[in-house]
Design a protein around this ligand. Structure first.
Ligand code: 0RA
Length: 640
């Protein structure tokens, strides 16, 4: 590989547009990173993308409808398409077939750059010859014009001459490429099926109607993608497990050589899920196209809402409110993209912002006018986001000012203990005023404090911050504990090192306990992590036999007790609530450290816990109750 011709005249035309620079592949092997970004697993996958991009170009030109990728057992990869195939005729200026030139020469611009929107910045579009240069072995088979042409290579150099045969099938045209990546160049040559598959799915979304399949012979896994709805299908896919608020909105346009396609749909959730592409490259860091989209959305939704008088006074939808619960895909095609950012995945071209804005704006505006129902749903979603943001800001200010939970103002309902040594102090949070009363009589005033809570406390999972901090029960709770909440939380200020939740042993009690735990988990998590939070275990039954009382804490124990003894001469009392116990009973069964059973609450897996609380606090009440009944009393830690 020594050939390096600076400028080559092509077919008698001398104008600058047809100039191409061809050179051998030695530079590719010397500086692989310059051509494929890196030599890690991303660079490895890039080899597949590069070949597939050539097939996709055939599809864009209207000649290819199917692409198949196969990962073989020996670590090689095959890409097969039904495009036109690479020309097999000899190029007079090289004395070689176009096939060999395409496969063995690095080309920068000019005739072979048939790609209208190819990418600068080293992301792709470098040519299939780069893959060849970085492969220990590569072979290609082309069917075209009734002929079949094939050639193999080693490290980019021809290992055989081009074989030309009559195509025995004489049917479909196309290209089959197989390559074995060079293990002396790549850190790993182990292709990841899931990564390749998800990129191919992206390409299938971005190229409407194109069928792309991938098969992994190592595992037997196989995926096939074909989306007749294009990026509209992409948005539906993103929102699959979410509750969508309306049909997908689709916008397309072309201006000053830039093409734009965008689709979006709001869902009931709060998180944005936005994918942006430039010339089919996933711009994971966003960029000017995304900014243009966001600006247009924000401007048009605001002005629509204002015009239709859908805004309460003082409400202004900001561009962050626009993204709440929004799933969207924005794909642009531009001639000369500039990529910036950490991973070169951020579009930098400043002109694109205005272009996108000017295409999305009017289209969205007419869409809203023509679809007033959808428009209202969208405006309402954004207004809610704006209100929530404002409320959160106010709540934060409140907490910051530290007036809310200062220890100086202990709640009136709190029967505090006399000790100030937090390590020995216990706070019993008791469901209901009557049980609270019994508890106050039963307790040891020296180190046990009692705070009765009335009914169900607020579900903090569903409420906005401002509402949470306006809730009397929660403020009472937080001020009694003394640590403040959220960002202001300070464990060293805890006034008790045992905070004991004492609820009835029924479904409502379990629900209240979960509401309390949710509050602790979301706003005082360290309290749980430090092991300060406990659940009291009041008995379910009192069994009296031979004038002797026995307290029973679960049904299994009752069953075995009754079986062991027989039911003759046995008196059974079922406790439906804490209120049914007198202070002495309450003391001996539930509060006396000598005889009580406490469960310590722990968070073993915060991510799982997070998911569980979200599930528990969902809209459906019944499944939640079932879940609570099943799990809430599972023993994690015993403190006797
Ligand atoms: C050069 C020129 C033409 C097609 C291709 C390359 C081509 C390359 C690959 C790689 C994988 N599949 C491919 N399919 C096509 C243009 C051919 C024409 O003008 O007829």
């Amino acid at each position: 590989m020594t050939e390096s011709k600076p400028a080559v005249e092509t077919k008698g035309r001398y104008d600058a547009s047809s100039i191409q620079v061809l050179e051998g592949l030695e530079s590719v092997r010397k500086r692989p990173g310059m051509y494929i970004g890196s030599t890690d697993i991303n660079g490895l996958h890039h080899l597949v993308y590069e070949v597939v991009d050539n097939s996709v170009d055939e599809a864009l030109a209207g000649y290819c409808s199917r692409i198949l990728v196969i990962i073989h057992l020996d670590g090689s990869v095959t890409v097969k398409d039904n495009g036109r195939g690479i020309p097999l005729d000899v190029m007079p200026q090289y004395g070689k077939t176009a096939l060999e030139v395409v496969m063995t020469k690095l080309h920068a611009g000019g005739k072979f750059d048939k790609k209208t929107y190819k990418v600068s910045g080293g992301l792709h579009g470098v040519g299939i010859s780069v893959v060849n240069g970085l492969s220990v072995r590569m072979s290609i088979e082309v069917r075209r014009d009734g002929k079949m042409g094939r050639q193999s290579y080693e490290k980019g150099l021809p290992a055989t001459s081009v074989e030309l045969l009559d195509d025995p099938t004489q049917s479909e045209t196309g290209t089959i490429v197989t390559f074995v990546p060079d293990g002396s160049i790549f850190e790993t040559t182990d292709f990841n099926f899931d990564v390749l598959s998800s990129r191919l799915r992206e390409l299938a979304f971005l190229n409407t109607g194109l069928e792309i399949s991938i098969r992994d012979e190592r595992s037997g896994k196989e995926h096939a993608f074909k989306y007749d709805g294009g990026i509209k299908s992409f948005v539906e896919f993103i929102n699959q497990n979410k509750k969508a608020l309306h049909e997908v909105v689709h916008v397309a346009g072309e201006k000053n050589g830039a093409q734009l396609e965008a689709a979006f749909q709001y869902n009931e959730g709060y998180l944005p899920n936005i994918f942006s592409f430039v010339n089919t490259i996933n711009t994971t860091e966003g960029g000017t196209h995304l900014t243009g989209f966001r600006t247009a959305l924000s401007r048009i939704i605001n002005s629509y809402a204002e015009e239709k008088r859908l805004l309460e006074k003082d409400v202004r939808i900001s561009s962050e409110d626009i993204f709440e619960g929004l799933s969207a895909v924005i794909a642009v095609k531009i001639p000369e993209p500039q990529f910036e950012g950490q991973t070169k995945r951020k579009l930098g071209n400043s002109e694109v912002k205005g272009l996108v804005e000017s295409m999305v704006g009017p289209a969205l505006s007419s869409f809203l006018e023509e679809n007033p129902k959808v428009a209202r749903v969208i405006v309402e979603k954004c207004v809610n986001a704006a209100l929530a943001r404002e409320a959160a800001r106010k709540a934060k200010d409140l907490v910051r000012r530290k007036t809310l939970f200062e220890g100086s103002s202990l709640p009136g309902k709190l029967a505090d203990c006399s000790s100030t040594n937090a390590a020995e102090c216990e706070l019993f949070i008791v469901e209901g005023d009557s049980a609270g009363g019994s508890c106050k009589q039963a307790r040891n005033r020296e180190y046990q404090a009692v705070l009765p809570l009335k009914g169900k406390i607020l579900n903090v999972e569903k409420a906005r911050l401002l509402k949470i901090f306006a809730n009397k029960e929660i403020v009472a709770l937080a001020s009694a504990i003394g640590t403040s909440v959220a960002e202001e939380f300070d464990i060293s200020k805890a006034r008790y090192h045992k905070i004991v939740l004492m609820c009835d042993a029924d479904v409502d009690g379990a629900h209240i306990r979960t509401l309390l735990l949710t509050f602790f988990f979301r706003y005082m998590r360290q309290l749980i992590e430090t092991g300060y939070v406990y659940i009291a275990q009041p008995p379910l039954y009192r069994v009296t036999k031979n004038k002797k009382d026995q307290y029973v804490y679960n049904d299994a124990r009752l069953k075995s007790l009754l079986e062991q003894l027989g039911e003759d001469g046995v008196a059974l009392q079922r406790y439906k609530g804490l209120g049914e116990m007198n202070p002495e009973q309450l003391w001996s069964t539930t509060m006396n450290p000598e005889s009580r059973v406490l469960l310590r609450v722990s968070v073993d897996d915060a991510v799982e816990a997070d998911k569980t609380f979200t599930l528990l606090m969902g809209e459906e009440v019944e499944p939640r109750r079932e879940f609570i009944e099943k799990h809430a009393l599972e023993v994690k830690n015993l403190d006797v």
